[in-house]
Design a protein. Structure first.
Length: 413
């Protein structure tokens, strides 16, 4: 046997996918990225139903108004300032309103479901927050609803190369809002974005965030959802180069009858990038419903990936439902690590009894347990005004729940 024949005999050959039957070889099956269309046109997507996987946890009958292109009311206001009240320096942060198809608007990926493409088709303009230099104080973007007329908002946060910046987006008031957010961070930048949803209890908010983390950049992306009738937020992210670092934090507190849904999609498409996704939620009362769906995908182009996602849910009272679904797709064997975990647990009566046996009242004991549950994430957000407000809001909600439970007992007797 000749040398060339021996080489040919021992050469490793990879199986080839059949274009007419992509599932014939499981290792070559299309990934979720291959299966999920992205388009600015709503006609690309079917009307959502509970039979579709991405919508099976969502009360679609309560958000049907977001499924068709509409004329926005324009009553949602957006104000931008420094969180400490000092005037913004235009050379540091420039705020502008542009046509929605004027860059940087519309440049971070594309809509990935029916409601995000409807938002794009319905919105008339984009509010652009262009951070050009390091910020001494966090930038505060206040989004105030103008009532229950259907509205659309498109927001772009663009941070330049090598810039350190904090941006806080607070949602408040009464609204029925379809929102699109694009976030892009420059190379070697260090950015923190915090999104707070504190709507009235009859408000509806359907949002999509498309996130691009630059080469060697870090982004801490926090979501705090405290109130609203139906809130469904989807976050889709990718990296712009090697050694990117993404930290996604989420906190939610669901009251009776409310539905809060958070979906994260982390795509590792470059080498040596790191991601951490940690979401925690507390639910109280009949009909309180939370959904967390975490997706992480490691592509063949991303050796050296380090990825992990975690979801914890604390059910404070009977009648609340928490859905938790982590998903992980690995298409690269040369990684540092990848994993996920989720749990749903009820309030620990033994822990409560222990605290009460030490002379702590029932209300204070509940506060201590829930504060401990959320404490680490609240500290990681790293903005004192947000952390303090969040703790006081949780305390107030727990005290209200305790008072309502006692009233219910008295009425029964």
């Amino acid at each position: 046997m000749s040398e060339s024949e021996r080489i040919t005999e021992h050469e490793v050959t990879m199986p080839q996918a059949n274009p007419h039957d992509p599932y014939a070889i499981p290792a070559l099956m299309p990934s979720s990225a291959d299966r999920s269309p992205r388009s600015f046109s709503p006609d690309t997507y079917k009307i959502p139903t509970r039979r579709q996987n991405d919508w099976r946890f969502t009360p679609v009958d309560r958000i049907q108004e977001f499924f068709q292109v509409f004329e926005p009311s324009g009553k949602t206001s957006v104000a931008v300032s420094s969180i400490d009240g000092t005037p913004l320096d235009d050379s540091v942060v420039r705020v502008s309103r542009v046509s929605k198809d004027t860059a940087p608007s519309g440049t971070i990926s594309m809509p990935n479901d029916r409601v995000s493409s409807v938002e794009w088709a319905s919105a008339q303009e984009a509010v652009v927050i262009d951070v050009r230099k390091d910020t001494q104080s966090p930038v505060l973007v206040t989004v105030t609803g103008g009532g229950l007329e259907l509205d659309a908002l498109h927001l772009v946060i663009a941070v330049a190369d090598r810039v350190h910046a904090d941006v806080v987006v607070e949602h408040q008031g009464q609204a029925k809002l379809a929102e699109g957010v694009e976030i892009t961070t420059g190379e070697q930048s260090h950015v923190s974005t915090t999104f707070v949803q504190e709507w009235t209890h009859d408000s509806k908010h359907v949002g999509n965030q498309r996130i691009h983390v630059g080469k060697e950049a870090s982004l801490r992306h926090s979501v705090v959802t405290l109130s609203g009738d139906v809130i469904r937020l989807r976050m889709d992210q990718d990296f712009g180069g090697p050694q990117g670092d993404l930290n996604m934090l989420g906190i939610y507190f669901v009251d009776p009858g409310e539905h809060m849904e958070h979906r994260t999609m982390v795509v590792h498409n470059h080498p040596e990038c790191k991601s951490r996704v940690v979401y925690k939620g507390a639910l109280e009362g009949k009909g309180a419903h939370s959904t967390w769906v975490g997706n992480a995908m490691i592509l063949p182009s991303a050796p050296g990936t380090d990825s992990y996602e975690l979801n914890r849910n604390l059910v404070l009272t009977p009648g609340a439902v928490a859905d938790s679904e982590p998903n992980l797709e690995i298409e690269n064997g040369n990684i540092i690590g990848a994993g996920h975990a989720s749990s749903v647990g009820r309030f620990d009566d033994e822990e409560l009894f222990y605290l009460q046996s030490r002379g702590i009242t029932s209300t204070e004991a509940r506060k201590l347990v829930v504060r401990g549950f959320f404490g680490e994430l609240i500290e990681e957000i790293g903005i004192p005004s947000i952390s303090g407000h969040l703790m006081s809001t949780i305390d107030r909600r727990l005290a209200k729940g305790e008072s309502e439970d006692m009233q219910h007992v008295l009425e029964e007797n």
